[in-house]
Design a protein around this ligand. Structure first.
Ligand code: EPZ
Length: 418
């Protein structure tokens, strides 16, 4: 397992290009199973979650190869409907392959994706939605088994605006008979990206980004060459890094609209932020002032995937903050690690009560999940002294060339194999 060794204290200066969004590329890869046409996705990061999704597609009989940063998929040879359990456990979000696999094979089998590091991660909304479209679902020995004679459109009301459930139902509905209406649908930019992609290969999907999505079933889908949206969470992570370390950082190929809730908070902290087309510049040269409260919400609210990173920022601001995690049950596992670095944070249920301290102190800490691990890297970069971040395989799931990009900005960070 690799670790990072970081010597903190350097300000960050320079430009960094944002990767394609992990949480868009994954559902787009699932969508390729729907079509026999060749699909090329551009600017795809070589992160573990993408590599695992490529392994799953390969096991389904698809051809998927990287050519530089482009990923070329040909699903015309797909001949298997079982998502391998060891990969399903590695990649929880493989569950939204169900929709496209059922659409292609009229059957699908996947190991029950267990809870993971940030909460229970149920899939009840996925399964309820698929049942409305005519799918029979049984659960046997830890597997979810889906069968249907045909998929028929229907109206589905989601109890909560689940991103994955919205995507799964969209994928199952694209070639169903008739019209599917998804109400209380997730509004995330990645849902709009999936709609754009599906329509580009010949589907008929409208309403993504609003609370109601309408899918009119079509018979035939083709291929396409597609550039996924930039990763708003990677972009936010780098902006928070610059705010914590101080300096002047420019993001390229970014989309400010997709992280407006974060930009609002960073301005409140005292950062100078300039937006120019697909560039976002952040400048910070003095200790920041805390924001009183941050609550994670479904989009367009403050993203849960930036909760750990913004909490790390709050830890070295002047003043006190309360960070509330409303989406996942246990998404504060990084807090004990921040306390090892001198943070003054107390977690009670879904709230983290933060009292700002002057500086983090370097320490040896452990990454427990993807975004919590990223938060520890940011804290170490801003700390006085040397830190080690252990088990960084969690971070490799979602950040491509992370240490390379941070070194390019002046961060003193190296990867060490242990
Ligand atoms: C997606 O996960 C993202 N992953 C997550 O990013 C992100 O945190 C999350 O959306 C929320 O924005 C991908 O897109 C691959 P949800 P997903 O279904 O789809 C409850 C990262 O760090 N729920 O919107 O699993 C659930 O318990 C990852 O990049 C049900 O109750 O999230 C949670 O409280 C982490 N029943 C809430 O909905 C269900 O059937 C939001 O979950 C499904 C979800």
């Amino acid at each position: 397992m690799d670790k990072y060794v970081i010597n903190g204290g350097s300000k960050l200066y320079g430009s960094v290009t944002v990767q394609a969004a992990k949480n868009s590329v994954l559902p787009l890869l699932a969508a390729t199973v729907l079509t026999d046409g060749e699909v090329t996705l551009r600017n795809v990061p070589g992160i573990t979650d993408v590599k695992n999704m490529v392994k799953i597609l390969t096991r389904l009989g698809c051809k998927a190869v990287f050519s530089g940063n482009d990923l070329i998929i040909d699903s015309s040879t797909a001949d298997c409907f079982e998502i391998p359990s060891e990969l399903a456990h590695e990649l929880r979000s493989s569950v939204f392959l169900l929709g496209s696999v059922i659409s292609r094979f009229r059957t699908a089998k996947i190991a029950y994706p267990g809870g993971c590091d940030i909460g229970l991660r149920p899939v009840d909304l996925h399964l309820t939605g698929l049942k409305k479209l005519g799918v029979e679902i049984t659960e046997e020995n830890g597997y979810i088994i889906c069968r249907c004679d045909s998929l028929r459109g229907d109206e589905i009301m989601l109890d909560c605006p689940s991103v994955g459930a919205t995507e799964n139902i969209m994928l199952a509905a694209v070639k169903a008979e008739g019209v599917t209406i998804i109400k209380n649908a997730a509004r995330e930019p990645e849902i709009e990206d999936l709609q754009r992609f599906l329509n580009k290969i010949g589907a008929n999907v409208k309403g993504a980004g609003s609370g109601t999505i309408v899918v009119r079933g079509v018979k035939q889908l083709g291929g396409c060459d597609y550039i996924p949206i930039p990763d708003r969470i990677e972009a936010g992570t780098f902006l928070i890094a610059a705010a914590m370390c101080g300096g002047e950082v420019e993001l390229r190929q970014a989309n400010a609209e997709n992280i407006s809730s974060l930009l609002h908070k960073l301005r409140e902290n005292g950062c100078k932020i300039r937006i120019n087309d697909d560039k976002i510049e952040l400048e910070s040269h003095r200790r920041l002032t805390s924001v009183k409260s941050i609550e994670t919400q479904p989009y367009p609210g403050f993203p849960t995937d930036l909760q750990a990173q913004i909490t790390a920022l709050c830890c070295i601001c002047r003043g006190q903050s309360i960070v509330t995690e409303n989406l996942f049950e246990t998404r504060f596992k990084y807090v004990p690690e921040l306390r090892k670095m001198g943070a003054d944070v107390t977690v009670i249920n879904r709230n983290a009560f933060v009292r700002g301290v002057e500086k983090f102190k370097g320490a040896t800490v452990v990454a427990h999940d993807l975004r919590g691990g990223a938060a520890l890297v940011l804290a170490a970069l801003a700390a006085d002294g040397r830190s080690e971040i252990l088990d960084i395989s969690h971070i490799d799931r979602g950040y491509g060339s992370f240490e390379y990009k941070l070194r390019g900005l002046g961060g003193d960070i190296v990867r060490v194999s242990v």
